[in-house]
Design a protein around this ligand. Structure first.
Ligand code: HEC
Ligand code: HEC
Ligand code: HEC
Ligand code: HEC
Ligand code: HEC
Length: 369
């Protein structure tokens, strides 16, 4: 009997720990933080739900946990403020997103991020521990102004060192213990961290209550949007040899060039001489996961089948067989597809403009001297 009571108490306790404390909605921040709110509209954090991200939806639609169990375990990172998060994560018989529930259309919301108190390391994936104070937000402003809507503090270590991101971004393993997606989180680069690269300081006020010159950009440049803000972390170089030439791609970021296993990057090079253009076969950078040497969806994969992705701080050199001449123009483009072209059909994304597009990360023309 006693054991049973203890269990009931423990279960109630643990469920209150994960229980979804109420989160203010994104729309509640707009009146005082119009600029940040507007930037955030374009960010994948705002659009991480199955209702707004067709690529995410396409993969979830085919996921066995959805098909067999009617669960949306992705919620932990993709809709972390869902009112029935516990059901989505496994409790009860069903837990799938419902477009008429406003907490299911909120992605990684303003209030969620700003209430991350600490991060718990886990072997499959990390977890965010959210503070129980509903309207208290962590930030990094010193001498912050009192707000009528919320209190705030800047003493949270994860905000100070720019590591508040790794509750979701560190690693994600599947049942076969394969790391499906991982970011190098050591942030060992000089003064650069997730926040300094992905939330740079830009012009404009933090709020309309007090004018400030700068604020941290909330459009979260990444693979979908604002790529131009990240291109400075990629260097392209041309090296001329006898009988050949080389193009070097210098990845100056602290993690691999692209992280998600759906991605495929290409280096496209052509040489223009006397208005004739010779195109070379694109060099491909990918990380392919799968089984028995063949690519598979992430839930089937048990190994890395191929990995030519450019790693953190790596300079990759690609050689081309052609003697360059004075006046030749060498056009170099580094870009990528969000979804590997060969996988588009498998996920029913062959007509999805966002999934099919070739995104340019860096482009340069070198004139041979
Ligand atoms: C541990 C946190 C976590 C969980 C759980 C999680 N994801 Fe993600 N997911 C991420 C992060 C972080 C990204 C962004 C990675 C990137 O862009 O490299 C992402 C990106 C994606 C993308 C790429 C989306 C795009 O538009 O390109 C897909 C697809 C995806 N996730 C599917 C899923 C599915 C399906 C589930 C549930 C079965 C799931 N994820 C569960 C963290 C998670
Ligand atoms: C009634 C106006 C008002 C509303 C509504 C509002 N804020 Fe604020 N917020 C402020 C003011 C004022 C500041 C201080 C700005 C300054 O110091 O220049 C601030 C500062 C912040 C900070 C920085 C805290 C720090 O210590 O660094 C965060 C984070 C924040 N707000 C998040 C939010 C979020 C999330 C929402 C919506 C859920 C929200 N705010 C809604 C007025 C508001
Ligand atoms: C609650 C989980 C969570 C937290 C915390 C989080 N992210 Fe994300 N992030 C995601 C998910 C999920 C996606 C993928 C959304 C999608 O594509 O559907 C994502 C996508 C991204 C992307 C890719 C955007 C693109 O255009 O492809 C970047 C960059 C990013 N996050 C940076 C950050 C940074 C920087 C932080 C910390 C300040 C952070 N994230 C915190 C879950 C999170
Ligand atoms: C020195 C700058 C730099 C740092 C530090 C950095 N990134 Fe990036 N990040 C980049 C660049 C450059 C890209 C590639 C641009 C692109 O995807 O268009 C990128 C891409 C990404 C993407 C999209 C990858 C994909 O496959 O969709 C995510 C997610 C991301 N970073 C998250 C993080 C997180 C989380 C951290 C901290 C642990 C971090 N980044 C640290 C520069 C940086
Ligand atoms: C993925 C996590 C994440 C999300 C989502 C997010 N923020 Fe932030 N926010 C941060 C981080 C980290 C900082 C601190 C940036 C720094 O130190 O430069 C910050 C800073 C701020 C600040 C302080 C001023 C500044 O510019 O540094 C305000 C205000 C703020 N956020 C409001 C919001 C609002 C409003 C939303 C939604 C529209 C939002 N945040 C969404 C992570 C997030």
């Amino acid at each position: 009997m006693k054991v049973k009571y203890l269990l009931v108490i423990l279960l109630t306790l643990s469920s209150t720990l994960i229980a979804n404390a109420k989160f203010a909605l994104d729309s509640e921040c707009k009146s005082c933080h119009p600029l940040i709110s507007q930037e955030y509209e374009s960010a994948m954090h705002k659009n991480s739900t199955i209702f707004k991200d067709p690529i995410h939806k396409a993969v979830w639609d085919r996921h066995p946990v959805n098909k067999k169990k009617g669960k949306y375990k992705c919620a932990k990172c993709h809709t972390p403020t869902a009112s029935n998060l516990k059901e989505m994560m496994g409790k009860g018989t069903k837990g799938i997103p419902d477009a008429s529930n406003p907490t299911h259309t909120e992605g990684i919301s303003c209030a969620f991020c700003h209430r991350i108190e600490s991060i718990k390391h886990g072997s499959m994936s990390n977890s965010n521990i959210v503070s129980k104070k509903e309207k208290h937000y962590f930030g990094t402003i010193k001498n912050v102004l009192e707000s009528e809507f919320h209190t705030s503090s800047s003493d949270n270590k994860n905000f100070q060192n720019g590591n508040v991101c790794i509750g979701c971004h560190s690693h994600k393993k599947n049942k076969a213990q394969l790391n499906v997606c991982s970011t190098n989180i050591s942030n060992e680069m000089d003064r650069a961290n997730c926040v300094s690269c992905h939330m740079p300081k830009v012009d404009g006020s933090v709020s309309n209550v007090r004018e400030t010159k700068k604020h941290s950009f909330h459009g979260f440049p990444g693979a979908h949007t604002h790529q131009d803000m990240l291109s400075k972390y990629i260097g392209l170089e041309l090296l001329k040899n006898i009988g050949s030439f080389e193009v070097a791609v210098n990845n100056k970021s602290s993690h691999a060039l692209l992280l998600h296993p759906l991605r495929l990057s290409q280096l496209r090079v052509s040489v223009e001489r006397d208005s004739k253009v010779e195109k070379f076969k694109p060099e491909v950078f990918v990380r392919v996961i799968g089984k028995d040497g063949k690519p598979t969806p992430p839930w089937v994969a048990n190994s890395v089948v191929k990995d030519t992705m450019i790693k953190a701080n790596e300079k990759r050199v690609v050689r081309y067989k052609k003697q360059l001449q004075k006046g030749d123009k060498v056009h170099v483009t580094l870009g990528y597809f969000l979804v590997k072209p060969k996988a588009l059909k498998k996920f029913g994304l062959e007509n999805d403009a966002v999934a099919k597009k070739f995104y340019v990360l860096k482009k340069e023309t070198f004139i041979v001297k």
